[in-house]
Design a binder for this molecule. Structure first.
Ligand SMILES: NCc1[nH]cc(CCC(=O)O)c1CC(=O)O
Length: 302
């Protein structure tokens, strides 16, 4: 068999994740080839992108490459992948989740500041909202770019701290101090590397199924079903985290107003079965407990 062409974005984190998928495939004696896809936005597809339902800014170019048969699979941070996938694209494997948490990173000059005094740089709606719930008077700053750029900006610019995913920090082997934030529920599927494939490539997809981690899949499907049931196509501050503890799954999730003042949370432990859509079930409970009105309020503010 020819080597499996693994598509990836060009960032250091994306390349690390692609190599991790390659390593799993090589362990099963498959040949692999990493294909970095540079963002272009002008690929020749026969149909316009919107008609295929392509939305994710991080995933769009890789979706196009998959549909154009330039790659066999695409590796993503699952939290950047929209819950609604384009036609003919499916998630075919999930690597085992390692570090789901968000962590706080302070610049050296702010090491002695208390949480409520911090000038905080994050562009994430979820991180801002959940932080504001606890520290309502916080001043926020926008920060964008990859992990390395953000840490560099932290040392150079006029704010004290930022919040990042621990998974990214560990993968990049960044040697920095960080603090856990127990009140911060991770983004749905944070810390999970997923592989997307073309629905027609059954042989490749079957190979990928061999490297998929079932427990991770179960947990992130609950989180993503929760998200898609709540959101209905709009982005809102939503955290969701499912974890297997002994024979049960513990699911913690919350929907929060942008200012952090209105917070609807759920925390459930249950025995998993394939028939029940737990993510949808808990999302409906949140919607019935004021979530519906809160989602409407959030939509008018965005
Ligand atoms: N949207 C950015 C993004 N997408 C995936 C990761 C890190 C890996 C992960 O958490 O899955 C990050 C950086 C961050 O949130 O700090």
């Amino acid at each position: 068999m020819k080597s499996i062409r693994i598509g990836t974005r060009n960032s250091a984190l994306a390349l690390w994740q692609a190599r991790e998928v390659a390593r799993h495939l090589q362990n099963l004696n498959y040949l692999t080839e990493i294909v970095p896809i540079v963002s272009s936005g002008d690929k020749n597809l026969n149909q316009p992108l919107y008609s295929l339902g392509i939305t994710g800014v991080f995933t769009r170019d890789l979706d196009t490459a998959l549909l154009n048969d330039e790659i066999d699979i695409a590796v993503h941070s699952l939290k950047d992948v929209p819950t609604k996938l384009p036609e003919n694209i499916e998630i075919v494997a999930y690597l085992e989740r390692d570090h789901p948490q968000d962590v706080l990173i302070k610049r050296k000059s702010a090491m002695n500041k208390e949480f409520h005094e911090l000038k905080l740089a994050t562009s994430s709606l979820r991180r801002r909202a959940f932080w504001s719930k606890n520290y309502p008077d916080t001043e926020f700053f926008d920060i964008r770019g990859n992990i390395q750029t953000r840490l560099q900006k932290l040392e150079e610019q006029d704010f004290d701290a930022t919040i990042l995913s621990l998974a990214g920090i560990k993968r990049m082997k960044m040697d920095i101090d960080y603090e856990f934030l127990p009140f911060m529920i991770p983004a749905p599927s944070q810390g999970v590397v997923a592989v997307a494939g073309h629905s027609d490539k059954k042989e490749i997809n079957d190979i990928l199924k061999q490297i998929s981690h079932k427990q991770t899949q179960i947990c992130v499907e609950i989180e993503r079903n929760f998200l898609s049931t709540l959101e209905g196509g709009c982005t809102a501050p939503i955290g969701a985290f499912a974890e297997k503890i002994e024979n049960q799954i513990r699911f913690k999730a919350a929907l929060c107003s942008l200012d952090g003042k209105n917070y609807i949370a759920t925390d459930e432990s249950f025995e998993y079965n394939e028939e029940e859509n737990f993510g949808e079930k808990f999302a409906n409970i949140v919607l019935e407990n004021g979530g519906k009105e809160l989602m409407t309020e959030i939509k008018t503010q965005l």
